[in-house]
Design a protein around this ligand. Structure first.
Ligand SMILES: Cc1ncc(COP(=O)(O)O)c(C=O)c1O
Length: 352
């Protein structure tokens, strides 16, 4: 606290990221990173870009990366926005599109950064409760609103929403921007990018942090109607003209060009997720259906806090949110490498 702060800073409630511990031997299953290292072509592209040119500012439009994304998804480059992680893309969306007279709607159990952006940008919001199965019900998104956002699959539940359910929300809200945050879509969901040319109020965000194993580089993007993208560019160019550096632009472009690595990576994660699900269910856990690279589960006989603490004592870190009450006993477990998942299951065998 300092008397020099702008007055609103005192009341901010910043996001608390999953911890990044420094311990050497650790099974880190708490922040949904990819179990493999990125594509060798990405590393090569970063090396090739690390030369004298680093004295020059990067392309403020990151056009090579936007072109690669546009080609991959079959849209125009003018329909693509890129930023320093999808968190930054989301921040610009909240400021540039969601600061409206009516409240923003998002699920009560979802990515906790949404609430933080509302606090930062003074945006009114209304949490919409998930149904009894911890799923999003499209019928609940018909109240008057100044925008709608939800992850698909949702986080931390992992539950996917079908494209026709997303269309129901879009059709019921033609005068609001609907943002689908697809941070985890590559692990089993259907991307709503297929719908952007039919719905000018749809914006889809994705990240290279999860399915392309580049959390350490920070690249996120949005795809939607060119007019929505233009609004985001206005915000970005009033904030930081160069959010992606030369290495990130090269890395992102190479990531979209190595589809073999991408497909093998997601297949491994999906297979391991199902193996881990069966093992957890064998230990008595209730596991929600997941289309993400994590499982959201609880054990009827054990408090979530105790299980998380017991795992931590053995050097295994998972995410325990503790609130709201409906998920106080749930653990969110990132799908790791096969050996890490086995270590987790062995540790849980001793705890339940
Ligand atoms: C639902 C969701 N959206 C967005 C993000 C942000 O991802 P990044 O900023 O790494 O692109 C995350 C990160 O965990 C997430 O879970």
């Amino acid at each position: 606290m300092s008397r020099f702060w702008s007055p609103f800073v005192r009341d901010l409630e910043p996001y608390v990221p999953g911890e990044q511990p420094k311990m050497a031997r650790l099974v880190k299953l708490n922040t949904n990173e990819h179990p493999l290292g990125p594509s060798a072509r990405v590393i090569e592209a970063i090396r090739a870009a690390a030369d004298d040119r680093l004295r020059l500012y990067p392309d403020p439009d990151a056009t090579e990366l936007k072109d690669a994304i546009a080609t991959y998804y079959g849209v125009d480059t003018g329909q693509v926005f890129v930023g320093n992680g999808s968190d930054e893309v989301l921040a610009h969306i909240f400021f540039g599109l969601f600061k409206q007279d009516r409240p923003l709607l998002f699920p009560d159990i979802t990515y906790s950064f949404y609430k933080v952006y509302c606090g930062l940008y003074d945006i009114d919001y209304r949490p919409v409760p998930l149904n009894d199965d911890l799923a999003i019900d499209p019928a609940d998104y018909s109240a008057p609103n100044g925008g709608i956002i939800f992850p698909n699959p949702n986080a931390p539940t992992g539950r996917p929403l079908a494209l026709d359910a997303i269309e129901t929300i879009l059709q019921g809200n033609p005068d609001s921007v609907v943002v689908v945050d697809e941070a985890y879509v590559d692990f089993g969901g259907d991307t709503a990018i297929a719908l952007v040319n039919r719905y000018p109020n749809l914006l889809v965000t994705q990240t290279l942090s999860k399915s392309r194993a580049l959390a350490g580089v920070r690249i996120g993007f949005a795809v939607g109607d060119a007019a929505l993208i233009e609004g985001l560019e206005r915000i970005k160019n009033s904030f930081n003209s160069y959010p992606l550096d030369r290495l990130a632009i090269a890395a992102g472009k190479a990531a979209f060009e190595d589809d073999d690595w991408f497909q093998r990576g997601r297949e491994l994660v999906i297979e391991e997720r199902e193996t881990l699900r069966r093992a957890l269910e064998g230990l008595g856990f209730e596991v929600l259906p997941s289309a993400a690279n994590f499982l959201f589960c609880r054990h009827p006989g054990h408090a979530g806090a105790d299980l998380a603490a017991g795992l931590r004592e053995q050097g295994i870190i998972v995410r325990h949110f503790g609130k709201p009450a409906r998920i106080q006993d749930h653990l969110r477990i990132t799908v790791g490498r096969p050996d890490q998942n086995q270590e987790l299951v062995q540790a849980l065998e001793g705890l339940v």
